[in-house]
Design a protein around this ligand. Structure first.
Ligand SMILES: [Zn+2]
Ligand SMILES: [Zn+2]
Length: 94
């Protein structure tokens, strides 16, 4: 299980902060005009944003929205494939 971190982007000052959990205020300017998205770091070193049900890294690894690695799609049941590739967006916007 990979460590899920949070990236906070402040629309006010334009800074990006990596935090443990989602934050509601910018650590720099205190603005609440912020955008949070959780992410993990793949074994290949890529940052994978958990912005959906199923996220594919550039290296081909699949993760779910909790950052858990999934089996390759070829091993899935057809119903599971269908259910997991809908247009989902788990990124939250404040
Ligand atoms: Zn700020
Ligand atoms: Zn990867």
């Amino acid at each position: 299980m990979k460590e899920v971190k949070n990236e906070l982007y402040c629309r006010e000052c334009g800074h990006t902060h990596i935090t443990e959990h989602r934050e509601y205020e910018c650590p720099d300017c205190g603005s609440s005009n912020v955008y949070n998205c959780s992410f993990i770091t793949c074994d290949c070193g890529e940052t994978v944003y958990l912005s959906g049900h199923t996220i594919e890294c550039e290296c081909g690894k699949l993760y779910n929205g909790f950052g858990q690695e999934l089996a390759p799609v070829e091993e899935w049941e057809p119903e599971d494939r269908y259910g997991c590739f809908g247009p989902q967006n788990a990124c939250y916007d404040y």
